[in-house]
Design a protein around this ligand. Structure first.
Ligand code: 2P0
Length: 354
């Protein structure tokens, strides 16, 4: 039997994804099964990303986790579920004799996980998505995890944080709500690559870097309990908007993509307002940006820019390359700041720098 190197090290990066059709609300809390399907675009991993190094050693006395230089408790339920599921997956490989490493030896290994974001954490910029996607992917690499069905890894990342399942894939990504009780069909899959729409650009306007007051997890729980609008949305609205969006992606129809994106953002924030007590993620600057986008499109007599906001005041704008310079100048004139990033949708997902 081969002996395992000690320490073993894997470093991976995972990108942020931005939801165009929003996930808000779970039908099952423990397995993180969503009320409705969602659809996102994955940003280029070069800009907004999490980088995670996992070191496994027999010299370590326990598993430990550092996030942006500060130690965090790794014994939270979600991370432990992900680690357990990944180890189970590796168990199957051991049974099949596909791993060169003695199973008994693995038991003596402990993990040190060092993770850092190159953007504000928990400010509504999808840090939990890239963070948990990277956490799961890095450990999967270390354990040489092989999927037993397509999308299995996304079902594990989903149990770390719902939106994380979408960050395992590039381009346009659909997260199915699924119907199975065990969550095995609530997977994320790519529905179009970034190449499908090379001219698409994403601009991020940092309005406030502070951590949000209401976490997404807590906020959506209260919404599920109290918002009638959220129930109506999940039942009557999302499937229609999803089909319009998929059609728009297929045809590279920007005005429709933009319209549905803005309507989705607005309905998500309307659900937050319909939650009791209400949740306010947008601030006055966010609202000015919304007004700016509608005025800009009206002045141009065309829909050339869209906004979307997640669980925070920061804006994500979508436009096409040919409109980028003019839009950036207008933004600068109006708000006096330049966006921090402007990325196309790309196919780049992970680099494994082991
Ligand atoms: C989304 N958001 O689709 C929506 C839009 C925020 C607004 O996914 O409880 O951090 O870990 O599953 O994934 C935020 O939710 O929540 C989110 P959990 P998560 O991107």
């Amino acid at each position: 039997m081969m002996s395992v190197d000690d320490p073993l090290t894997v470093t991976c990066t995972a990108p942020v994804n931005i939801a165009l059709i929003k996930y808000w609300g779970k039908r099952e809390e423990d397995k993180i099964l969503p009320l409705n399907p969602s659809l996102s675009i994955t940003l280029d991993v070069a800009d907004l990303r999490t980088k995670t190094t996992v070191v496994a050693s027999k010299q370590f006395d326990r598993d430990r986790l550092w996030l942006n230089g500060k130690e965090h408790d790794i014994n939270n339920k979600r991370m432990q579920t992900c680690i357990r599921k990944l180890r189970q997956g590796a168990d199957d490989l051991w049974r099949d004799g596909k791993l060169m490493i003695a199973k008994e030896e693995w038991k003596n290994y402990r993990l040190h996980i060092i993770s850092e974001n190159n953007f504000p954490t928990a400010a509504g910029l999808a840090s939990s998505a890239s963070g948990l996607a990277c956490f799961v992917y890095s450990i999967a690499q270390l354990l040489q995890f092989k999927e037993t069905f397509p999308g299995e890894l996304t079902t594990i990342a989903r149990q770390g944080s719902g939106s994380a399942c979408r960050s395992l894939l590039g381009g346009f990504v659909l997260w199915e709500s699924g119907t199975a009780l065990d969550g095995s069909d609530s997977i994320a899959r790519q529905i179009a690559t970034g190449d499908k729409w090379k001219s698409l650009r994403v601009i991020i306007l940092i309005v406030n870097e502070q951590q949000k007051k209401t976490s997404s997890t807590a906020g959506m729980q209260t919404s599920v309990q109290t918002s009638d609008l959220l129930k109506f949305r999940a039942k009557e609205v999302v499937s229609m908007q999803l089909s319009r969006m998929r059609d728009a992606i297929e045809k590279a129809d920007f005005p429709t993509l933009a319209t549905v994106t803005m309507q989705e953002s607005n309905q998500f924030h309307a659900c937050c307002l319909d939650t009791f007590p209400p949740i306010f993620y947008l601030n006055e600057v966010s609202k000015e940006i919304i007004q700016f986008v509608h005025d800009y499109n009206a002045d141009n007599n065309d829909i050339t820019v869209a906004y979307t906001f997640d669980a925070g005041p920061n804006a994500v704008l979508l436009t096409r390359e040919e409109n980028l310079e003019k839009l950036m100048n207008s933004l600068h004139q109006k708000f006096g700041f330049f966006p921090v990033t402007r990325e196309g949708v790309t196919r780049s997902v992970f680099e494994n720098s082991q």
